[in-house]
Structures are given as structure tokens and as C-alpha cells.
Ligand binder design. Structure first.
Ligand code: PEP
Ligand code: MG
Length: 582
């Protein structure tokens, strides 16, 4: 039995067999000689790997097109074309026959030649196909090695162990098959971590060396509450975690009883407790966990895992369906926030040295006005169906806000001219997630109806801590005095201009931090649905007066850990339900 520690990012406990993904397949495979009579066997192995890879790709393509609800699976057509490329196949077979070597070597040397040829072509589109070749090459090699190549091949519930999972990989997880995941890299607010919470499966990131320490089919326990992985547990440990699972389920059943109660303090101060979502199918979870609306709909997931862009019509349908299902509560659609750790195959965005600081989110939309307008028109059209609001991500100055608003106005005028109805009073907000925006929030407030503080990025930019880097995760401190001062400033600026101010970062999923935000007079808290009940419980346990006192005292400490200890202690004192708040 072995115990490993990582960063807990999605609560719960799972006990099952491990399924280790080795994504770092090398294409430098040395030759090893084979006998004459083995030549046909090697050729057959290669053909067999191609057939299995083809079946795999067709399966994924089908899944994506049903999940996303249209023919958005074209990305895999390029993969299929490479698989069926006769020249590639014949070259591999010729090497096996003529040099009498293993097919892994033959295949990898042909693939290497493809990489070289494509990287010399002076055509950006073709250069980008290298990624497709690498991906398909990896799948074929995995099939040659007889190793399960990707989690879509899991037939029954297993626990995925990987070096990394991109947000687009994670978006494809089928939770019937994947009971939990653990990665070697990643930080607590990476979008992969956030998706773990959305899927409501236990997840741990930043677990160094886990893909080496765990073998396929090892029995493992993932404790997403504590960030622990236990490999090949003994009977006693297994029993302990089975009991722990029962306790966890009972606790959640108890918390779900708060579903229909408001997020109201003991002295009747009420705030809106809303949910963050990425996918339409999270709506039942939003409702079950008692959210009063959607405070952040990350619309970029509609654009992910496809090679074409979603049309205005498709977006309109997606938005109005959410609006209708959540009405009368509000739904805040955040416009396309591409970049950082979220990449889209449908948009030709060059690789950058610093993707979190690069051509992303509103910066991208203000250049690709065609993409932006398609989305804004869809949002405006959907606005008559419920209580929709729109907000822009990554605002860093007032010019961006002015430009975005004037493009929105253009869309309104176009719709008006063609007689297409929309809500002329739909509220427009800005995300405050860049320190410059927080500092000039007094000016920005004059151009919007509301603010939503994106603390995931605000912390990353204010403290210069990459939110997806596990090595510096200890510096990622939501309670850092600088963060508290920025939040306070934004709330005060908003209120001075009679604007409501929300917070949609992950930090407010922590009950003690939520009480602190309440005390800083935030009007709305939006976070992952799965953590909402315990946040509601904390809010209902305190008085607004006590929360304000806590916030005022918290502002006096000099370090994030002092604030942390203080707020945990205070919440623990107020309510016995939070004794172990960390
Ligand atoms: C944030 O930055 O806090 C936020 C809510 O947006 P995202 O996590 O999608 O960057
Ligand atoms: Mg953000």
C-alpha cells in the first residue's frame, strides 16, 4: 500500500481500478530485428492497430456529435484521413518487409518523416496538421503497445491517472466510465480542476510522479476532499474509506435539504447564490444544489472540440434553452473567453509564449469582430426568453469596454432594423479579473450595469502566480491582503455607482471565504454547483453584522495565512458545522 498527496480540487471519494494514460509516447523507437517468418505477424499487428484506432476515432466522433448536438466532430475527419493514407501505410509495410524490423520502429520512423516534411511547408494550415499527426500517431502506438490509449476506451468505471488532462480532454469525460481523475500537473483553479467539480467526480491535481507510481489495474482510492491517492489499499484502509464514502453521501443528502432556502443571514440580509456552468447538461445539478441562477456560463465550451465555429442559430438555441430553464432566475452569459489554458481547434490562434497574458478573451473578440458579433446577436435574440445578462471577460481598460459596448449597440441596431426582437434592457457587466480593472473600477462602473469579480484570474495576475502550475500553488492565496483590498475596492466602486457586484471565482466555494466576501458586502456569489450547499449553510449560520466584523478584522492582518486562520476560526466558532474548515 502506498499513499500519495496532491492538491484536492473536486470533493468525494472513489474506489476503483486505475487506468493510467501515458500521453508522452515518444516517436523515437529503436529498431529490433525480427525473423523472416515474423514479418507477416508484424504487418498484421500494424493493420490491427490501424483498425482499432479507426474504431476508436469513429466512436469519439459519434460521441462528440451527439454530446454537442450537431456535426461538430469534423476535427476527427483529419485523423481518419491520416489513418487511411495509403502512402503512409505502404511505407510502414515496406520498412517492416525490407529491413525486417518491429512495426513500432517502422511506424515511428515514417511518422518522423511526416513531421519533418510538414514542418518545412510554408503554410500555416498544413503546419497545424502536425498536431493531428502527432495525436493519431500516439493513438496508433498505444494500440500497438496493447495499452489502453485514452479514457474513452474504459468500459466500466475506472480512475484515470494522467500526466495532464487538457480542458478539452476533460470535457469529453463520460462520468459513467470515469469515476475520478488524478493528474501530475495543474493548479486548484485550472479549468481542468473546475471541470472535475462540474462533472461532480473526485479529482486531485499536482500529484508528482503518479503515472510512474501507479500501474494499470492497480486498485486505488481517490480522496478528493483531502487530495490523497492510496495505491493497493489494505483491507483496513478500504473499510475506512467505504465508511468515509457513506459519511460523505449522508452529509450531502443533509445539505441538499437547503435547496429551496435562500442564502440569507440570521439577521435577514440576503445575497444571490448562483452557479458557474460550462455545459447545458449541468442545469439539473444547478437546480438540485439550490442555486438562484447562473452567475457564470463559460460559453467557450460551446466552441470546444470542433473544427467549425458555432453558428448564430446554434448559439441562440443553446442560450435561450438555458434562459428558459433557469427563469425567473438570471443567467449571466460570459462572452467567449478563449485562451489561457483553453484552446479551440476552430480558431486559428497562434501559439504564444505567455498564453494567459496574450491575445485572448475580449482582446481576441475585439479583433475578430465577426466572431464576437455572431455571439452577441445570439445572446440578444435569446434575451427575450428569460432573464439573461451578458458580461465581458478580461477587461483591462475603459477603451475595451467602450468598444465592446459599441459593438453590442451595433448588433442591437441590426436586429432592430430587421425586426428581430431582443430585450433592450438586458444588463451588461464586466468581469473584474485584472488588477488594472480593479484599480479603475470607479471609472469602469460608469459603463456597465454590474461587475463580476473573477477571482481565479485576479489572484493569478495580482500575485503573479500561474493558476495551472502546481509548483507554485502554495503562492496562490485567495486571502492575500492584496486580494482582499482589491475586492473591497471593486465592491465600493460598484456600490458608489449603484451597480451590483458579484464574485464568480472558485474561492467563494470555500465557506469561510464566502462569509468573508459577504462581510465585504458582495451582492452575489457564483461558484461550482457542487459546493453551493455548504456555502449556503455558512451564510445562513452567520449574521451580516458578524460577517462585516470578520471582514473588517481580516483586513488588518499582514499575511494570507493569518487571514486564513482567522476566518476559519471565526466560522468554526459561529457554527459547529464547520469545525474542520481549512
Ligand atoms: C475567473 O477568472 O475568476 C473566472 C471566473 O473565469 P475563468 O475561471 O473561466 O477564467
Ligand atoms: Mg477568468
Amino acid at each position: 500500500m502506498e499513499q500519495l498527496k496532491g492538491i484536492p480540487v473536486s470533493p468525494g471519494i472513489a474506489i476503483a481500478e486505475a487506468f493510467v494514460l501515458h500521453s508522452d509516447v515518444s516517436f523515437n523507437i529503436p529498431p529490433h530485428p525480427i525473423a523472416d517468418e515474423e514479418v507477416w505477424k508484424e504487418m498484421a499487428r500494424f493493420e490491427d492497430a490501424l483498425t482499432r484506432t479507426r474504431a476508436e476515432i469513429l466512436g469519439i466522433r459519434k460521441k462528440i456529435s451527439t454530446q454537442i448536438g450537431r456535426e461538430s466532430s469534423d476535427i476527427f475527419n483529419a485523423h481518419l484521413m491520416i489513418l487511411e493514407d495509403r502512402t503512409l501505410i505502404e511505407d510502414v509495410i515496406a520498412i517492416i518487409k525490407n529491413k525486417k524490423v518491429n512495426c513500432e520502429h517502422a511506424f515511428s520512423s515514417v511518422i518522423q518523416r511526416y513531421f519533418e516534411a510538414f514542418s518545412q511547408i510554408d503554410d500555416d494550415y498544413l503546419k497545424e496538421r502536425i498536431a493531428d499527426i502527432r495525436d493519431i500517431g500516439r493513438r496508433i502506438l498505444n494500440n500497438l503497445y496493447g495499452q489502453e490509449g485514452a479514457f474513452e476506451k474504459l468500459n466500466q468505471g475506472g480512475i484515470v491517472i494522467a500526466h495532464d488532462l487538457s480542458p478539452s480532454d476533460t470535457a469529453m469525460i463520460d462520468k459513467e466510465k470515469v469515476l475520478a481523475f488524478v493528474t501530475e500537473i495543474g493548479g486548484p483553479t485550472s479549468h481542468t480542476a473546475i471541470l472535475g467539480r462540474s462533472l461532480e467526480i473526485p479529482a486531485v491535481v499536482g500529484m508528482d510522479g503518479v503515472t510512474v507510481r501507479v500501474k494499470n489495474a492497480d486498485m486505488v482510492i481517490v480522496d478528493g476532499n483531502e487530495g490523497i491517492l492510496i495505491v493497493n489499499p489494505d483491507e483496513q484502509t478500504l473499510e475506512k474509506y467505504k465508511q468515509e464514502t457513506k459519511r460523505f453521501i449522508a452529509l450531502n443528502t443533509e445539505l441538499d435539504k437547503l435547496q429551496h432556502l435562500p442564502a440569507e443571514t440570521t439577521d435577514r440580509h440576503r445575497i444571490i447564490l448562483a452557479a458557474n456552468i460550462e455545459f447545458h447538461d449541468e442545469i439539473p445539478s444547478v437546480i438540485a444544489h439550490g442555486a438562484e441562477g447562473i452567475g457564470l456560463y463559460r460559453t467557450e465550451y460551446l466552441y470546444m472540440n470542433r473544427t467549425d465555429l458555432p453558428t448564430e442559430e446554434e448559439q441562440y438555441r443553446a442560450y435561450f434553452q438555458v434562459a428558459e430553464k433557469i427563469a425567473p432566475h438570471p443567467v449571466i452569459l460570459r462572452t467567449l473567453d478563449l485562451g489561457g489554458d483553453k484552446f479551440l481547434s476552430s480558431l486559428d490562434v497562434p501559439h504564444e509564449m505567455n498564453p494567459f497574458l496574450g491575445w485572448r478573451a475580449i482582446r481576441f473578440c475585439l479583433t475578430r469582430v465577426d466572431v464576437f458579433k455572431t455571439q452577441l446577436r445570439a445572446i440578444l435574440r435569446a434575451s427575450i426568453h428569460g432573464n439573461l445578462k451578458v458580461m465581458y471577460p478580461m477587461i483591462s481598460n475603459v477603451e475595451e469596454l467602450r468598444k465592446a459596448n459599441s459593438i453590442l449597440e451595433e448588433c442591437r441596431q441590426e436586429l432592430k432594423k430587421t425586426g428581430i426582437p431582443f430585450d433592450p434592457n438586458m444588463e451588461v457587466g464586466a468581469m473584474i479579473e485584472i488588477p488594472s480593472a480593479a484599480i479603475i473600477s470607479d471609472i469602469l462602473a460608469q459603463h456597465v450595469n454590474f461587475f463580476s469579480i473573477g477571482t481565479n484570474d485576479l489572484i493569478q495576475y495580482a500575485l503573479a502566480v500561474d493558476r495551472v502550475n502546481e509548483k507554485i500553488a502554495y503562492l496562490y492565496e485567495p486571502t492575500h491582503p492584496a486580494i482582499l483590498q482589491l475586492i473591497k475596492r471593486v465592491v465600493e466602486s460598484g456600490h458608489r455607482h449603484k451597480r451590483w457586484v458579484g464574485s464568480c471565482g472558485e474561492m467563494s466555494g470555500d465557506p469561510a471565504v464566502a462569509v468573508l466576501l459577504l462581510g465585504l458586502e458582495i451582492d452575489e456569489i457564483s461558484t461550482s454547483p457542487v459546493v453551493l450547499p455548504k456555502v449556503k449553510k455558512a451564510i445562513r449560520a452567520v449574521s451580516f453584522k458578524a460577517a462585516r466584523d470578520i471582514a473588517q478584522k481580516a483586513m488588518q492582518f499582514h499575511t494570507g495565512s493569518e487571514v486564513r486562520d482567522f476566518i476559519d476560526g471565526e466560522l468554526g466558532r459561529i457554527s459547529r458545522d464547520f469545525p474542520a474548515a481549512k
